[in-house]
Structures are given as structure tokens and as C-alpha cells.
Design a binder for this molecule. Structure first.
Ligand SMILES: *[C@@H]1O[C@H](CO)[C@@H](O)[C@H](O)[C@H]1NC(C)=O
Ligand SMILES: *[C@@H]1O[C@H](CO)[C@@H](O)[C@H](O)[C@H]1NC(C)=O
Ligand SMILES: [Zn+2]
Length: 490
């Protein structure tokens, strides 16, 4: 369970360090830009801004990266929409394509025994701990082209720029890009097969998980000529001593960056999550004959409970008196959703006998999540008593929050800021810091090493849909930020 200190670590005062790192970046951009240093002084004319931008590899970081996203977006198992599941034929073709791009960027490539694609450059010191950069190559069904692919392609493009400027061999530590084979978990309902194997948290029993048609992970691995034994699985795991950290660029999948008008943000953590199933039982009866005062209606009770949940998560401070243990209650990231409801017998002229609904509750602060759950359970039982219905709450799933490494986040923050300074004229003092409500490979990788993430703005906050969209210039900004981050490791 997270402690308050763990949370507080993230909100370290960044101003001083950001400024000093930032001045390093400005120097870097002045050097790498064709434009003269005078462009950084005072009001920049549009033409000057254009010239300056042109020195920043738009052909690799924007045009080619976008073309590759579109090309990868056509590699699908389905007809007419994008679908690439774990080790499917399309995933294998996508893997080959990514491998060829990695090699072109000067990386040595290989495929591990669970289908992850690796591309690595050793840099100056082959025995130094490696920086890993990754995201996933699988997709959901009827997916967009940016989720997962963006993080892989931006990383390869940034390294390609380093190759073109002759700096690829001058990195102070090895840098490895990993395209994970399974994050969405569409086929086997088990997310993170690829990154969990690398971080060593994938249980051997995962080999026996089967899909809907009874084919196991082991079968699929064997079909694809992987060994699929206990030993081969264990060999995928990285030694924590050999790794310095993990970073991931990913679309935000939410509307915050768009509402701020900024292309990039730094992720402070990935929310912890609890899933509940609530069963409410009353007395089933005739809609016409049972007087209102004599009903035990589980539907009306559920409606009250759902609205109660909403108020609790909107204004937890009205319900929860904290014990003074932490410096205030961190509920800014608290989100609660009832997404599924079923009733029995579900007829218009029958007072239902039973209603089930789910609750999905997420927060960056594990203690806040626990106290909201505790309060929610209290309120549910009280309401059910008052309404004379019986309520059962089952806890179906729990995942702890992952807090991104403060040092890595600080570096990513400066890198994002330096990229945005070029792309967006009105940016003020810092890159925004966001919480991730969705899970990512970084969650699994946090069991191996420190992690950091950058979010990229996407249109309308939409993802897991063909309507998913990232502006070409935002792809560029993400590439520039990664480049700036890599330049810190020269
Ligand atoms: C290379 O990295 C290793 C491991 O971090 C370190 O012990 C060694 O001093 C480094 N060598 C140089 C030349 O920096
Ligand atoms: C509610 O869930 C229980 C099991 O948890 C199940 O037996 C029952 O059929 C469900 N009822 C409805 C209305 O879906
Ligand atoms: Zn994703």
C-alpha cells in the first residue's frame, strides 16, 4: 500500500532543477538549430520560428514517424479495421516492420521468447546500466493507430536522429527500445504478457492460460517457434542490476492535455484500481399491484447507491474525515464508474427481484482509494438497511498505484518543456503533470526498475477507437522530447 511519503516524493519542488536542466537544453537547441542564437531573444517572428523548427528534424521526427504510424496501422488481422493480438500473423508482420526500422536507426535487434522486439545500441560504455524505452505493438479490436505504436515509433525516430548527427555511439549508457508483444490482453485476457516476462513478474502458470477456443499461451508460442518452457520464460527476465530505468511515451487517452492546449505532459503515476460487484436483492412483484410504501425495490435502491457513489467520488471531503495521518486527502485523481448493470427479470411490468452492478474505482493514492471504499461500503449498507433490501459487495480486482520516479519525471518534464517551447509559443513555465487512469507496460516494468512516462495529446481524449487521432506536430513534439531526454544521456 502506498504511503503518504511515496506520494509526496512526486510533488517535489521542481523549479530550480528544471531551470538548470532547461538552460542546458536551450544551449543544445541553439547548437543543433541552423537558426542563430538571436532567435531565443524576445518576440519571435513567424518566419524565424519556422526556420528554427526546420532545424529540428521534422522529416524524421514528424513526416516519417507519421508515415510509419499509418503504415503500421494497416498491419491488421481483420478486414476493414485494426486488430493485432498477441503473436497473431499481423503482429508478426508488425514486428518485422519495427525490426527493420530499428536496424535502419542503427540498433542491433532480436526477438525474445515471448515475442517482444528489441533494438539496442551499446553507446560508450557497454557495461553501464541500460535505459529502456518501450510501448506495445498489440492493439485492441477496432483500434486506433497511435495507442502503443506511437511510443515505439517516436523512440526509434529519436535514435535515428542521433544516428544522423553522429551521436548514437556517444551515449553514456546502452539504450534499448522494446516493442512489447502484449499489453491490451485481448486474446488471453491477461495484460502485460510481454513486459511482465521482462520484469520477471509473469507466473509460469501464464503459459497455461487459454483463449476462447481453448488454445493456450504455450500453444501459441510453440506455433510461432518459441520454446515456451519454464526455462525459456525465466530467461526473458532482465537482471535489475543491468537496467537504469524505463520510460514510455503514450497517448494520453484522456482530454486533459487538449483542454490545456498543450501537446505533452508528464505522468506522475498510474492509478491503483479496485473493481467491485454489488448485488442488491429485494422482493419481486407486480408493477401494478404493490403499493409504493410496501415495496423493497432493488432497482430504486441501486439508483440511489449509484448517485451516492458519484457524490462520494466528486466530493470525498464531504464524507470522509481523515485521521490526520496524511497532509490532507488526495482525491484529485479519484474516479468512480458504474459501467455495467443487470436486473432480474428485467421486464417493464415487474418490480425487479435482483440488481447487480459493477463499480470501478481508481485513485493515484492507495490510501485514499481504501478510505473511499470503506466509506462507500458503509453508505451502501446503511442505504440498503433503510430500504430493506439485502446488499452484498464483492471485491473482484485490486491493483496498487504505481508512482513514477521523481528524478526520471523531472528529466522528462524538462525534455517535454524544451520540445513544447519550440512547438507552442504561449507555453508558460512548466510541462503539466498528469495522472494515468489507464494501465500501461510501465506498470509491469516498475517491478524491474524506476519508470517515467510522457503523455501525448490526442483529439477529444478518444482512444481504443479508429477515431483516435494525434496531430502530426504532436508526434514531432513527442519525438523532440525523447531526443532531448536522450541528449541528457550523451
Ligand atoms: C561503465 O559502467 C560501469 C557500470 O555502471 C561502471 O562501473 C564503469 O565505471 C563505467 N566505465 C566508464 C569508463 O565510465
Ligand atoms: C447477479 O450475480 C449473481 C452472482 O454473483 C448471479 O447469480 C445473478 O444471476 C446475477 N443477477 C443478475 C440479475 O444478473
Ligand atoms: Zn496502450
Amino acid at each position: 500500500m502506498a504511503s503518504c511519503t511515496r506520494k509526496d516524493n512526486v510533488s517535489v519542488n521542481v523549479n530550480l532543477t528544471t531551470t538548470s536542466l532547461l538552460s542546458r537544453f536551450l544551449v543544445l537547441f541553439i547548437v543543433s538549430s541552423i537558426a542563430s542564437a538571436s532567435h531565443f531573444t524576445g518576440g519571435i517572428a513567424l518566419d524565424d520560428a519556422k526556420t528554427r523548427k526546420n532545424g529540428l528534424f521534422p522529416e524524421i521526427l514528424r513526416d516519417e514517424a507519421v508515415a510509419r504510424l499509418k503504415e503500421l496501422g494497416k498491419v491488421t488481422d481483420a478486414e476493414g479495421y485494426l486488430e493485432r493480438t498477441f503473436l497473431s500473423p499481423a503482429s508478426a508482420r508488425a514486428g518485422d516492420l519495427i525490426r527493420s526500422w530499428m536496424e535502419e536507426a542503427g540498433l542491433r535487434t532480436w526477438v525474445d521468447q515471448i515475442g517482444n522486439i528489441h533494438g539496442r545500441v551499446e553507446g560508450m560504455n557497454a557495461s553501464a546500466e541500460a535505459l529502456l524505452i518501450g510501448s506495445h505493438l498489440d492493439t485492441v479490436i477496432d483500434a486506433g493507430i497511435y495507442d502503443g505504436a506511437l511510443g515505439i515509433i517516436c523512440a526509434v525516430s529519436a535514435l535515428k536522429v542521433l544516428k544522423s548527427t553522429g551521436k548514437l555511439g556517444k551515449l553514456s549508457r546502452p539504450v534499448e527500445v522494446i516493442a512489447f508483444s502484449d499489453e491490451e490482453g485481448v486474446r488471453f485476457q491477461s495484460t502485460f504478457l510481454g513486459s511482465a516476462a521482462i520484469s520477471g513478474i509473469l507466473p509460469i502458470t501464464a503459459l497455461q492460460i487459454s483463449d476462447r477456443s481453448g488454445v493456450t499461451v504455450q500453444n501459441v508460442l510453440k506455433e510461432n517457434s518459441f520454446e515456451a518452457t519454464k526455462e525459456s520464460l525465466l530467461q526473458i527476465k532482465y537482471d535489475p542490476q543491468s537496467v537504469w530505468g524505463y520510460i514510455e511515451v503514450h497517448i494520453e487517452q484522456g482530454p486533459v492535455l487538449e483542454s490545456l492546449g498543450l501537446p505533452l505532459g508528464v505522468v506522475k503515476g498510474i492509478a491503483g484500481q479496485t473493481r467491485l460487484k454489488v448485488t442488491v436483492r429485494g422482493s419481486q412483484g407486480h408493477a401494478g399491484t404493490v403499493p409504493m410504501s410496501m415495496r423493497q425495490d432493488p432497482m430504486a435502491a441501486s439508483a440511489e447507491l449509484i448517485v451516492l457513489l458519484e457524490s462520494l467520488c466528486k466530493h470525498p471531503e464531504n464524507f470522509i474525515s481523515y485521521d490526520g495521518h496524511c497532509n490532507g486527502f488526495t482525491a484529485e485523481s479519484l474516479v468512480c464508474t458504474v459501467g455495467e448493470i443487470s436486473t432480474w427479470p428485467s421486464a417493464s411490468n415487474v418490480i425487479p427481484g435482483e440488481v447487480n452492478f459493477t463499480v470501478d474505482l481508481r485513485a493515484i493514492d492507495d490510501m485514499a482509494r481504501e478510505s473511499v471504499l470503506f466509506e462507500l461500503a458503509n453508505q451502501i449498507y446503511q442505504t440498503c438497511d433503510r430500504r430493506s433490501v439485502s446488499c452484498v459487495i464483492e471485491r473482484k480486482h485490486d491493483a496498487e498505484a504505481v508512482i513514477c520516479d521523481p528524478g526520471l519525471s523531472l528529466q522528462l518534464k524538462s525534455a517535454a518543456y524544451s520540445a513544447m517551447k519550440i512547438m507552442v509559443s504561449e507555453i508558460q513555465d512548466e510541462a503539466p503533470v498528469l495522472m494515468s487512469g489507464a494501465g500501461h507496460d510501465a506498470m509491469a516494468m516498475s517491478h524491474l526498475t524506476k519508470v517515467g512516462m510522457l503523455f501525448v495529446r490526442c483529439r477529444g481524449g478518444i482512444s481504443h477507437s479508429p477515431a483516435e487521432h494525434v496531430l502530426d506536430d504532436d508526434v514531432w513534439a513527442a519525438g523532440l522530447a525523447l531526443l532531448a531526454f536522450l541528449e541528457m544521456h550523451l
